[in-house]
Structure formats: structure tokens, C-alpha cells
Design a protein around this ligand. Structure first.
Ligand code: GLN
Length: 235
């Protein structure tokens, strides 16, 4: 077995319509910059999920999202990964399908039941900048992202909200995203980890067990963050 950090991009054929593949590139770049060997694997929906360290799920339209949920429930590889405390980072459709249920094309669909939450449909489509304070226990600066979804997400007691919303809608206009253990979901595209290098490093620390990672030159991500946060009056 390889000793490199295995990053698994789940179902690029179904969950990759919003540029979230960038999250894999950012994680690989930030790991390599710290001398951590990385292997990235892209697993299509007709293939079994391999054993990995970090699993990434992206956004998707309703039809592909429903199919991804069916195939992941049949495969069970993501459930096994969560049981072994692998890291899961899921965005938008990927986030919704970690819950008990979600709506796609007007029908309720079974999710993977990996996080204590469910999603229904909101009165409007949430489109635009999304920002707010990250759960202070995570030690990550303000989240900035872009959202584009029709669903609304309701959290149970078994998860913590990721963010207190200052701009945008996220789960319900009050909170955005959720996390438990090393499983974290968000509505943020951007891709999220290009705008939030602190979140990328949190995932890398969870996956490697390192308490801290060496600092790196974040001049460009910082400029991007400041530009986007100032566009919504938050910087
Ligand atoms: N289909 C889902 C919704 O509209 C997720 C969309 C997305 O991934 N951007 O709520």
C-alpha cells in the first residue's frame, strides 16, 4: 500500500459541474508544499470507491445528484471510509447527499445518512456570495464562498453548524454547512478551498494527524479572500 496521502475525487462524471475539482488541486498543492507525498485518484460512478485518506464530493445538478446517492449507497465505500475516520469534504449536492434525505427534481431521495441532517426545497434559489464566521472550535478564519442551490438543509443534534451566516443563505439563512468528527459539508463553491486555505489545512491536519503545518506563501489566496469579502462589505 502507498504511503502517500490518498485524495479521492468522488464521481467526477456526476458531481463536478461547479468547478469543485479545484478543491482536489488545492489540497494536493498544499500537501506537496509541506513535503507530504500525495496521490490523487478520480473515481467514476461505475467504479468502486478505493480506500483513501480524504474523499471529496462536489456540487451537481438534481438528476446526477440522485444517481450519485443511489450508487454511493450501493457501493458503501464512503460509509466504510467514515467508519475508519477518513476525512470527507463535501460541497453542495455532495453535502446534501451526506444527510438522511434531499429533494431532487421534486422527489424526496434517500441520502447516505452519514450526517444528522436532511434537506428540502427553499422558496427561492440561493445564488451569490456566501460568508460567515466559522465554528470557533475549528480555528479557521471567516468562510467565503459562492452558493448556487435550491435546497435548504436542516441540522439535527448530531452535527455542529460550520458557519454563522453573515452574507447569503447556506443551510437556512442562519447557519451554513455542518461537520462531525472528520466529515465536513458546505454549500460553498469557489472552489471553497481556494478561497479558504485555512479550511484546506484543517482537512490536511485531520488526514495526517499533524497538529500544525508549516506556513506557506498565501499572498494570492489572501488577495482573493479580501477582494471577495470586501465585495460583500465584510473586509
Ligand atoms: N441540486 C442541488 C440544489 O439545487 C445542489 C446544487 C449544487 O450542487 N450546486 O439544491
Amino acid at each position: 500500500m502507498s504511503s502517500a496521502l490518498q485524495i479521492v475525487w468522488v464521481y467526477p462524471d456526476l458531481l463536478s459541474t461547479y468547478g469543485d475539482r479545484g478543491n482536489m488541486l488545492i489540497l494536493a498543492h498544499r500537501a506537496k508544499a509541506r513535503g507530504i507525498p500525495v496521490q490523487t485518484v478520480e473515481v467514476r460512478s461505475d467504479e468502486p470507491l478505493p480506500t483513501g485518506d480524504i474523499y471529496l464530493l462536489g456540487g451537481g445538478e438534481d438528476g446526477p445528484q440522485a444517481l450519485a446517492a443511489q450508487r454511493l449507497n450501493a457501493d458503501r465505500g464512503l460509509h466504510r471510509a467514515v467508519d475508519r475516520r477518513a476525512v470527507v469534504f463535501a460541497v453542495c449536492a455532495g453535502y446534501q447527499l451526506l444527510g438522511r434525505s434531499f429533494y431532487a427534481k421534486g422527489a424526496e431521495c434517500a441520502g447516505l445518512d452519514l450526517l444528522d441532517l436532511y434537506s428540502d426545497r427553499g422558496p427561492t434559489r440561493a445564488v451569490g456570495e456566501l460568508a460567515g464566521e466559522v465554528d470557533p472550535t475549528l480555528g479557521v478564519p471567516m468562510l467565503t464562498g459562492f452558493e448556487n442551490h435550491g435546497g435548504r438543509t436542516h441540522l439535527g443534534r448530531g452535527v455542529r453548524p460550520l458557519v454563522r451566516v453573515k452574507t447569503g443563505i447556506g443551510n437556512d439563512g442562519v447557519s451554513e454547512g455542518a461537520w462531525k468528527g472528520t466529515v465536513l459539508g458546505t454549500y460553498s463553491h469557489g472552489p471553497a478551498l481556494s478561497r479558504n486555505p485555512g479550511l484546506a489545512d484543517l482537512l490536511l491536519r485531520w488526514a495526517t494527524g499533524e497538529e500544525t503545518l508549516p506556513a506557506m506563501d498565501d499572498t494570492w489566496p489572501t488577495r482573493l479572500r479580501n477582494e471577495r469579502l470586501s465585495a460583500t462589505g465584510l473586509a
